[in-house]
Design a protein around this ligand. Structure first.
Ligand code: ATP
Ligand code: MG
Length: 230
């Protein structure tokens, strides 16, 4: 199996796409072949694919945002911005988790590295019976957990980490992506999380100014993926 990393989150709208795009950009910049997948996406607007998570990830990975690229990176696209199992039910097209896992495995073949963005928080329902944890456990890739720095974020991040560890999903690291509002400095939140997660690297991503391609300004996260294979 090739190399890959799964970017998951303590919740939705927390910075997974920013972190996954930054990883794709940074790995590309060091000369790696990078593939990206956002296999399941809800709230997808087909009239504006370039600003979807899928479009942003493709752009960060140096790929054109074509219909074919979107269809390959995100085979399970739903218009409604709700939990995937509910969006799929409304679309009359329930998700088969085995197919999602198989698509991710296929993306792992070949040289280079695959960056996968999950959906919502670690336990977002993918099907009526399965959550993101089942997806990640089946794949067996190391996970990068993205948390925030809003009030309450420490517990959300630690709860998500505990859920990953309980299922033996390797946690390559935690990224604290600065929330729009935070009660204490970012470093204090990151230190609090690190103190309660021994041996797991915790990396801070400060609040990025609004700009095109914000992932280009994110601090280096490639240590979470490890060196290229010879
Ligand atoms: N560190 C940060 N600096 C600036 N903006 C940020 C930061 N982290 C997240 N954001 C912004 O917050 C919003 C949500 O981030 P993002 O899209 O990466 O979250 P997500 O976890 O991928 O959400 P979803 O669950 O919808 O996939 C975006 O507009 C993003 O640019
Ligand atoms: Mg996202």
């Amino acid at each position: 199996m090739g190399r890959g990393i799964f970017v998951t989150g303590a919740g939705t709208e927390i910075g997974k796409t920013l972190v996954a795009a930054a990883l794709a950009h940074q790995l590309l910049s060091r000369g790696e072949v990078v593939r990206v997948l956002k296999p399941v996406i809800s709230g997808f607007d087909p009239t504006r694919p370039e600003i979807s998570d899928t479009g942003l990830l493709l752009t960060a990975a140096g790929r054109a945002v074509t219909d074919a690229a979107i269809a390959h990176a995100s085979p399970w696209r739903f218009a409604q911005p709700i939990a995937p199992n509910m969006a799929a039910r409304r679309a009359g097209a329930p998700i088969d988790l085995d197919q999602v896992v198989a698509h991710c495995r296929a993306g792992l073949e070949g040289a280079g590295v695959l960056v996968i963005e999950g959906v919502g928080g670690v336990m977002a329902p993918i099907t009526d019976q399965a959550t993101g944890l089942d997806w990640m456990a089946a794949l067996g890739l190391p996970a990068v957990l993205v948390g925030g720095s809003y009030l309450g974020a420490i517990s959300h991040t630690l709860t998500a980490a505990a859920a990953l560890m309980e299922r033996a999903i390797p946690v390559a690291g935690v990224v604290i992506s600065q929330s729009a509002d935070q009660p204490v400095p970012l470093a204090e939140t990151a230190a609090a999380v690190a103190a309660l997660l021994p041996r797991i690297p915790v990396i801070e991503v400060p609040r990025m100014a609004q700009r095109p391609r914000p992932w280009e300004a994110v601090p280096d996260l490639t240590a979470l993926v490890g060196p290229p294979k010879d």
